[in-house]
Design a protein around this ligand. Structure first.
Ligand code: RFL
Ligand code: PHB
Length: 389
């Protein structure tokens, strides 16, 4: 088999790249390790920058997002049960869209089906070859049979645990990492959201976040020690803990119900450089991870795909390889800014196990400054709603 581009990983990055290339008539095959049902059952991101919304529109998959998504013009921050609002529209004239990653993935699969694009699920042992030659190819096993796809380029969109990044020689790859000493316990429930906009809460018992998927489906998180086991958290214990950490008026309004998903996610900052090696490009979580505090992971994946799509289109339509040559530097410049923002939000809002009284005061002052300064709010709004491409 032959394709112009082999895309490893059928998460949001891989599917979106496949869709954008397909619309340009560039042939791309997506190889995904898991089943479609598995991919569609992963509950992850919920907030899209407006630039990501526009990219999904450009890919022709924005209709349901605009019909069902919830545009938000601001966000609440809270410290010790007292909240204040950052008005995105007033500060930077932009908004964000609340629309679940699961829905985006479903919309992208539907578009692939409609276009007759090839997605190979349960592709095992996916291995790229000849990435530093002019004739790369990818092998994989499906139902016990080995297959080979010859191609021009390989897009590594296979997430943090994927194979693509490991193909870059150790002498070339440089990794930067920070692991945080806590995780987020997340609960999804079919209850009306406690607030019309997200609430990020700093509390002495630990961080909490009130988010949502729809007007009837809520997503909540509380910071927990990494040693906690999800099975040890009953729904009741979760709701009680959340109530303690959020502003009192919200706690009084909180509607609880059975969880339909409950999981613990560790928090990590990670960047791999470079994001291109020969004919391999990394995009999304394959190249970088952010702690979810800034809602940037999925948005960065969309940003990478946007640059990569532009680069491949210029190559195929005009024989212009400047985008390909510049992909890594261009993507990393934006990635590092989102890493900085996600790290700073994480540092400002969480309780660290060894936090000194000085660090505690710094955190409180950071929040107090944000509450009182239009300049600080503008910077926060600019980053949260998305830096320019
Ligand atoms: P994904 O989604 O991990 O998809 C990678 C795909 O590759 C497949 N794969 C392989 N396929 C073939 N061969 C192999 N060897 C393979 N190895 C892996 C996997 O099965 C998978 O299908 O990466 P992608 O596409 O780069 O997308 C990244 C986003 O999923 C991620 O950044 C976000 O979910 C992060 N994130 C958030 N991002 C936001 O922008 N806004 C948010 O509000 C937000 N909230 C979150 C989040 C992530 C969370 N968790 C659990 C990590 C909240 C949470 C709790
Ligand atoms: C979510 O809704 O899952 C969500 C929202 C904002 C974040 C992280 C996760 O910062």
């Amino acid at each position: 088999m032959r394709a112009q581009v082999v895309i490893i990983g059928g998460g949001p990055a891989g599917l979106l790249l496949g869709q954008l290339l397909h619309r340009d008539g560039i042939e791309a095959v997506v190889l995904e390790l898991r089943t479609r049902d598995y991919v569609l059952s992963r509950i992850r991101a919920g907030v899209l920058e407006w630039g990501a919304v526009e990219t999904l529109d450009a890919a022709g998959v924005g209709a349901r997002m605009h019909a069902e998504g919830l545009p938000h013009e601001g966000v609440y921050l809270a410290a010790q049960n007292r909240g204040f609002r950052i008005d995105f529209e007033a500060r930077v004239g932009r908004r964000v869209m609340v629309y679940g990653q699961t829905e985006i993935t479903a919309d992208l699969y539907a578009a692939r089906d409609a276009a007759g694009a090839v997605t190979i699920h349960e592709a095992e042992g996916v291995t790229p070859h000849g990435l530093d030659t002019d004739a790369p190819y990818v092998t994989y096993t499906k139902d016990g049979t080995e297959h080979r796809i010859d191609c021009d380029f390989v897009a590594g969109c296979d997430g943090f645990h994927g194979v693509s990044r490991t193909c870059i020689p150790k002498s070339v790859l440089r990794a930067f990492e920070r692991v945080y000493p806590f995780g987020w316990l997340g609960v999804l429930s079919d209850t009306p959201p406690v607030s019309d906009e997200l609430i990020y809460a700093n509390h002495e018992r630990g961080f909490a976040l009130c988010s949502m998927r729809t007007k009837t489906r809520s997503r909540y998180y509380v910071q927990v020690p990494l040693s906690d086991k999800v099975g040890a958290w009953s729904d009741q214990a979760f709701w009680d803990e959340l109530r303690r950490r959020i502003p009192e008026d919200s706690a009084a309004r909180l509607v609880t119900g059975p969880s339909i998903e409950k999981s613990i996610a560790p928090l990590r900052s990670f960047v791999a450089e470079p994001m291109r090696w020969g004919r391999l490009f990394l995009a999304g979580d394959a190249a970088h991870i952010v702690p979810p505090t800034g809602a940037k992971g999925l948005n960065l994946a969309v940003g990478d795909v946007r640059y990569l799509h532009e680069a491949l289109l210029a190559h195929y339509s005009d024989g212009d390889d400047t985008g390909i040559e510049g992909y890594s530097d261009r993507a990393l410049a934006r990635v590092w800014k989102a890493e900085r923002f996600s790290w700073s939000m994480t540092m400002m809002l969480h309780r660290f196990p060894d936090q000194s009284p000085f660090e505690q005061r710094m955190q409180e002052t950071e929040l107090a400054y944000l509450e009182s300064s239009v300049a600080a709010q503008t910077a926060m709004a600019e980053n949260y709603t998305g830096l320019p491409f």
